[in-house]
Design a protein around this ligand. Structure first.
Ligand code: GAL
Length: 696
């Protein structure tokens, strides 16, 4: 990462002027309206391949020259995109190998976007040519400040080329078939491979039971996607070393079946700037915590805001401390089952939430509504009326003004001394494992979000980590359901605790190694010494079964759902015990001193409310960096976040409900909106305040 963070907070949108090239009036109007809306950056060109290269080898750049020139003259900068996310029909028809092959072996026909094979040499070759032309022509254009690589990579292809690529990748990883057969435990059901050529990607009409193969396939898809992205980046770098690159990542899919098959942690070393596209379902009933879901749960934007915050933190950490909000909607999307408009105030609030977590931009999809096709009813800044009098436009312009005034904030950072471990490979391994629960109730991601919520809700500033980087700078690391442990991860966690850190683990920790083989010696595998426990068995609960955890000191009881483990302590001390079920009287929460640190294990799945209590103790005992110190009291549900630099501390107070609330700060703060100083504040429904305090 060698990105010099921006000197202001960028504000803009995806812009698709190629849809309007025969409408000079509209293109001229766009620039006028962009200035009026305080737009400072535009993402351009991600779906422009067929306009730039309408027929093979014939390029038309004049339109793009004109757009870039007029944006630049208006003081607007550009993230210029490579067009690999969608291809022209001539390309797909002449070179069908560029299209994706489904798991059943059928090659797709032309259409959609992201419908391409990452392995295909022809796709890469054609893309390299156009990317090179774009770089040659625009690397020196003063408007271009970043390369936007493709658009939301994702998905897999099962063609012959990918099968070959998979086998090659496996050969490099395992060297011999004996190693592979052992790692995959392929002796099971006589699946032993005697020839590399017999290996095929996991598909429904073939094999999907070799779990280690499934896991390796997902790793391979990530590898091939990163390799594809790297080849795009290399072409641009040959021409321009000084323009940073980003690619827009997506929200982690709630449904593991709908996963994009990408471990974004592996993108970290290849991009200069991290960015993501945020489209939460605001104002819809419920939230996505499966483990506690009930059909008629009321609208809970507060809790949903924590899910968005989790993603902001995740992408900030993938970006080594900074990120950009690359896409969001000023109003509504058009692809959720119910796509509601953001209520008044909500766009400003949710955009500034990204800034609170370390983003240096707010951007939308998209600037102007498309006249036709599938996204014509997606929210935009300028809708089909073309008017600057709509609420969307007026709120957008107001936000642009606010962001301009937040310029001093652009050099500040988000600091955390607590980390939450979220690992995609662990998710893949765990969600694919069979037993003892085989439904969405397994809920790895939801559990991560639940722990996140309890800490976020109490003002703890958090980083999200993969477990593959040094953790020694943190006081506390929370690692729920770390079912799969690599040797590297064990080393990192061991060193973290040995050096004085506090590690928190839960049920479903330490079951398999990184090729999905169970640990001899049982659970929690190589973490047994650190945790000071042995897990004898894991059991699950039906909804009508009740067991509890009783805290040894306070006698407080916690409700257990879904999972609980039968634990024996070796060196750990028991803090709480189970009541009921086969674990009656056995340890439920344990703590173990290991060298300079401590490891706590929670052996049953507890409710959010109980986690809140658990973490409030941890926060006090470990004196975690929390915005709570800044707040004396508050009403309702508010969320607080802090960005700071050497001289200033920026306190963000966010109200994700429709009720006005009040709060008192522990120190004198200045409201950045109107320069008023004080300690007692009011905050309107769906409102946000940014308060400033100078630090010596
Ligand atoms: C994003 C995508 C955009 C647009 C948007 C609609 O995932 O990058 O191109 O389709 O969704 O919400």
């Amino acid at each position: 990462m060698k990105w010099k963070i921006t000197e202001d907070i960028l504000y803009g949108a995806d812009y698709n002027p190629d849809q309007w090239l025969n409408r000079k009036d509209i293109l001229d109007e766009d620039i006028k309206l962009m200035i009026e809306a305080n737009i400072t950056v535009i993402s351009l060109g991600m779906f422009s391949w067929s306009t730039i290269e309408p027929t093979e080898g014939n390029y038309t750049f004049t339109w793009l020259d004109n757009i870039l020139d007029s944006l630049y003259s208006a003081g607007i900068r550009v993230f210029l995109s490579t067009p690999s996310g969608a291809r022209p029909s001539w390309l797909a028809h002449k070179y069908p190998e560029v299209l994706r092959t489904a798991p059943n072996g059928q090659r797709n026909i032309f259409g959609e976007r992201h419908n391409h094979c990452y392995t295909s040499p022809v796709y890469r070759e054609k893309l390299t040519i156009i990317n090179r032309k774009i770089a040659d022509r625009y690397a020196k254009h003063p408007a271009v400040i970043m390369w936007h690589i493709s658009n939301e990579y994702g998905g897999d292809c099962h063609c012959e080329l990918c099968q070959e690529g998979f086998k090659k990748w496996l050969k490099e990883k395992y060297k011999t078939l004996d190693n592979l057969n052992y790692a995959w435990w392929s002796i099971f059901w006589s699946h032993k491979f005697t020839n590399w050529e017999h290996i095929h990607s996991p598909v429904p009409h073939g094999d999907q039971t070799l779990h280690a193969k499934n896991l390796d396939w997902k790793r391979f898809v990530t590898y091939m996607t990163v390799d594809f992205m790297r080849s795009e980046i290399e072409t641009l770098r040959e021409v321009s070393q000084n323009i940073p690159v980003t690619t827009n990542m997506m929200q982690v899919q709630d449904n593991p079946e709908a996963d994009y098959l990408l471990d974004y942690w592996k993108f970290k070393d290849h991009i200069d700037v991290s960015s993501w596209d945020s489209y939460p379902a605001w104002h819809l009933p419920g939230h996505s915590f499966i483990a506690e879901s009930i059909q008629d749960i009321p609208v809970n934007d507060f809790r949903r805001a924590s899910e968005v915050a989790f993603h902001h933190d995740l992408y900030r950490c993938i970006g080594d401390g900074h990120f950009l909000l690359m896409e969001s909607t000023p109003t509504n999307v058009n692809w959720q089952n119910i796509s509601k408009l953001k209520k008044p105030g909500m766009n400003i609030l949710t955009s500034l939430q990204a800034i609170a977590h370390g983003s240096n931009s707010v951007q939308y999809f998209q600037w102007r509504s498309s006249k036709g096709s599938s996204e014509k009813f997606h929210g935009t800044v300028v809708d089909h009326s073309g008017s600057n009098k709509t609420r969307a436009f007026k709120e957008s312009a107001k936000l642009g003004q606010i962001l301009k005034e937040l310029k001093p904030l652009s050099a500040s950072n988000y600091k955390a001394d607590t980390a939450l471990l979220f690992n995609w490979e662990n998710r893949w391994a765990f969600e694919n494992s069979q037993g003892p629960i085989n439904t969405r109730q397994k809920a790895y991601l939801e559990t991560i979000k639940k722990h996140y919520y309890s800490l976020w809700n109490q003002g703890v500033q958090m980083d999200i980590v993969s477990g593959e980087e040094s953790l020694n700078r943190y006081k506390v690391v929370v690692a729920p359901m770390l079912h799969m442990l690599s040797t590297q991860m064990v080393g990192i966690l061991t060193s973290f605790v040995a050096n004085g850190g506090k590690l928190i683990t839960t049920y479903q920790t330490g079951y398999v190694n990184d090729t999905d083989l169970c640990f001899e010696g049982g659970v929690p595998g190589p973490l047994s010494d650190i945790l000071g426990i042995k897990v004898e068995a894991i059991d699950v609960l039906h909804q009508f079964e009740n067991i509890e955890i009783i805290d040894g000191k306070t006698q407080k009881s916690y409700t257990v759902n879904d999972y609980y483990e039968i634990v024996e302590t070796t060196t750990a001390k028991t803090l709480a015990t189970f009541k009921g079920g086969v674990a009656d009287g056995k340890p439920a929460i344990t703590t173990n001193k290991f060298k300079k640190g401590e490891a706590i294990h929670i052996a049953g799945r507890v409710t959010t409310e109980d986690l809140n209590l658990f973490y409030s103790d941890i926060i006090k005992n470990s004196s975690l960096n929390s915005s709570q110190e800044e707040i004396k009291s508050f009403t309702g549900n508010l969320n607080f976040q802090i960005r700071s630099d050497n001289n200033s501390q920026y306190l963000f107070i966010m109200n994700f409900t429709d009720k006005e609330e009040t709060f008192e700060t522990s120190f004198n703060y200045k409201d950045m909106n109107n320069d008023q100083s004080g300690n007692n504040w009011e905050i309107e429904g769906y409102g946000i305040k940014i308060l400033l305090k100078h630090i010596d």
